[in-house]
Design a protein around this ligand. Structure first.
Ligand code: NAP
Length: 325
């Protein structure tokens, strides 16, 4: 049987890496299973790897690039003994003790688990969309809105997220166009009313974005009206995609409690319904979704895991006595 770890952290965004810093400093020698670089959704470092400048992470007066920030987190945890495995967890069994995780055929037993697998923004699926993320295309107005001061901005979506993003963006832009595929909104009444009442917001109904112009940066959109089939060019150098998020929780179906949208349910800090399994970051937070809140919850999960481990009988710390033979 392979060595039983004290703690395995699944995910390496701000939540997972903060949990790694704290558990490493608590001498728990965490193993971080960080994801796979080939993937756009499970890449090591999480969603910050898809952003450019981060200006709202406290401590960086002049801002910092997302990937650079994650690299610093990673090195900081490594300094205290965190180990990394560049791979994806393919299966978990939380019904046995120690818990079991698998990477393909390789089995990894562990006494406790911190789940920090994050969430991903749903994207439109246009050919050059991912290349333009950070260069005109964004999924987070709170993160990137400031860079679009004075730009013509479009927001795609008709839900609460789209309304919230559009309202926030009116602080920076003179005009924000909400492009929605139907002629009525899904958003809650109050958010709809706020958006309708804002003179800077205009609606482009029954329309979808079918093309993104520009190579190095976004230079304009192509829209298609779904009712008439008419195609048109649309002037926007900022595009905020707000068509929903999905938490990365497929791995835990049937084992960890989730809400109706698939987010992990936590209680008393970072505890899940399974004693010894903790969750932090966007995988359990659909409200704040910030690097700093994810990092904060990663710290909570590490402290919760450390205290929980201390409360457990430590079979590996018991010295064998003659009667054991
Ligand atoms: P959502 O409610 O699922 O809305 C997604 C929107 O995107 C819908 O209008 C949908 O159109 C549209 N859409 C989906 N796929 C699309 C595609 N491929 N192309 C174009 N449009 C597409 O997601 P959300 O707005 O992120 O909200 C998620 C949950 O969080 C909701 O329960 C929401 O109430 C909550 N939330 C609350 C607040 C708040 O209260 N302040 C803020 C944000 C989120 P259709 O309408 O045609 O399906």
């Amino acid at each position: 049987m392979p060595d039983v770890r004290d703690v395995i952290i699944i995910g390496s965004g701000p939540a997972g890496l903060t949990a790694a810093i704290y558990t490493a400093r608590a001498n728990l020698a965490p193993l971080v299973i960080e994801g796979e670089p080939s993937s756009t959704t499970d890449q090591p470092g999480g969603q910050l790897m898809l952003t450019t400048e981060v200006e709202n992470y406290p401590g960086f007066v002049d801002g910092i690039q997302g990937p650079e920030l994650m690299d610093a987190f990673r090195k900081q945890a490594a300094r205290f003994g965190a180990e990394y495995l560049t791979a994806k967890v393919t299966r978990v069994d939380f019904s046995v003790r120690p818990f079991k995780l698998w990477i393909g055929e390789e089995e990894l037993p562990t006494r406790s688990v911190v789940v920090a697998t994050g969430a991903q923004s749903l994207m439109l699926g246009l050919p050059n969309e991912l290349e333009l993320v950070g260069h005109g295309v964004s999924t987070c107005a709170t993160c990137d809105g400031f860079f679009f001061r004075g730009h013509p901005i479009a927001v795609v979506g008709g839900g609460d997220s789209a309304m919230e993003e559009a309202l926030f963006l009116t602080k920076f832009a003179d005009k924000v166009s909400i492009v929605h595929r139907r002629d009525s909104l899904r958003a809650s009444k109050i958010m709809q009313e706020r958006a309708f009442a804002n003179p800077k917001i205009e609606f482009v109904w029954d329309s979808v974005v079918t093309g993104l112009k520009g190579k190095e940066k976004l230079e304009g959109l192509q829209l298609t009206n779904l009712k008439t089939g008419e195609e048109s060019d649309f002037d926007a150098t900022g595009l905020f995609v707000a068509i929903g998020h999905v938490p990365n929780t497929g791995l835990f179906k049937g084992q960890l409690e989730m809400d109706e949208n698939g987010y992990l349910v936590t209680h008393d800090g970072s505890r899940t319904n399974v004693d010894g399994v903790f969750a932090c970051g966007d995988v359990q937070d659909h409200i704040y979704r910030q690097a700093i809140t994810a990092a904060g919850s990663g710290c909570m999960a590490a402290i919760d895991a450390e205290r929980w481990l201390e409360s457990q009988p430590h079979e590996h710390h018991i010295e064998p006595t003659t009667t054991d033979w």
